[in-house]
Write a protein that binds this ligand. Structure first.
Ligand code: AMP
Length: 233
């Protein structure tokens, strides 16, 4: 199964993609995570991408298309995958169509997670993640059980994304409206767009996504481990 998760920053794409990977064995392919990893490892492309990301703007189509093209060849994608944060422009959507056609596979569904803007800003401004395993938390809605200790791996260090600052968040929301929302009619016309109300507790959103995709009773396949590097997006 091949799925796109679409939605503005803070809609919960990363959280749902991580869950779909954990529960259903669909590999999460997050271009944001891949770009952050490239920036962290200090590659030329990564460092240039980081400047653009920190301003809340989009990295060039060429770079992200190349990153995804490489990811699609990985063994871990054989059970299907979730594109989290890709495509974000009409040009990227066209490039994806060409890649899928070349591989002889088709897109099953595009899930749009809809959340009001004031809720998005509140969610993004409080979020942080474990520096070691990537588990995600929120200052108000989801603090670690013991302050300063990751529930999942016990680490003591946490990180906040540089592009979660208010000015970058405003820019990211603007960019979403201008460059990514035009993808909605593109997929609606193909009859594969599913709208989900994302302004509800995570489990309710999860259940509705699974129902809409018809995978609510699907067992996870026996498969490879999780690299646990996700950050909410
Ligand atoms: P995300 O983690 O999905 O919120 O992405 C964080 C940032 O990475 C975005 O604000 C962009 O600067 C960059 N980015 C992620 N995915 C893409 C993409 N498909 N196209 C262009 N830029 C991207």
């Amino acid at each position: 199964m091949i799925i796109i998760l679409l939605g503005p920053p803070g809609a919960g794409k990363g959280t749902q993609a991580q869950r779909l990977e954990r529960e259903h064995g669909l590999k999460q392919l997050s271009t944001g995570d891949m770009l952050r990893a490239a920036a962290k490892s200090g590659t030329d492309v990564g460092l240039r991408a980081k400047e653009v990301m920190d301003r809340g703007e989009l990295v060039s189509d060429d770079i992200v298309v190349q990153i995804i093209a490489e990811a699609l060849t990985r063994e871990e994608c054989v059970n299907g995958y979730i594109l989290d944060g890709f495509p974000r422009t009409v040009a990227q959507a066209g490039a994806l169509d060409a890649m899928l056609e070349q591989r002889g596979v088709k897109l099953d569904a595009v899930v749009e997670i809809v959340v009001p803007e004031d809720v998005l800003v509140e969610r993004i401004s409080g979020r942080f993640a474990c520096a070691k395993c990537g588990a995600t938390y929120h200052d108000t809605f989801h603090r670690p059980k013991t302050d300063g200790v990751c529930d999942v791996c016990g680490a003591h260090e946490f990180v906040r994304r540089d592009d979660d600052r208010p000015d970058a968040v405003r820019q990211r929301l603007k960019v979403y409206k201008a460059q990514t929302e035009p993808l909605l009619p593109y997929y609606r016309e193909r009859g594969i767009l599913i709208r989900i109300d994302g302004d509800r507790p995570m489990d309710a959103v999860a259940a509705e996504i699974d129902r809409a995709l018809g995978i609510e009773n699907l067992e996870p396949p026996e498969c490879d481990g999780d690299d646990g590097t996700g950050t909410a997006g």
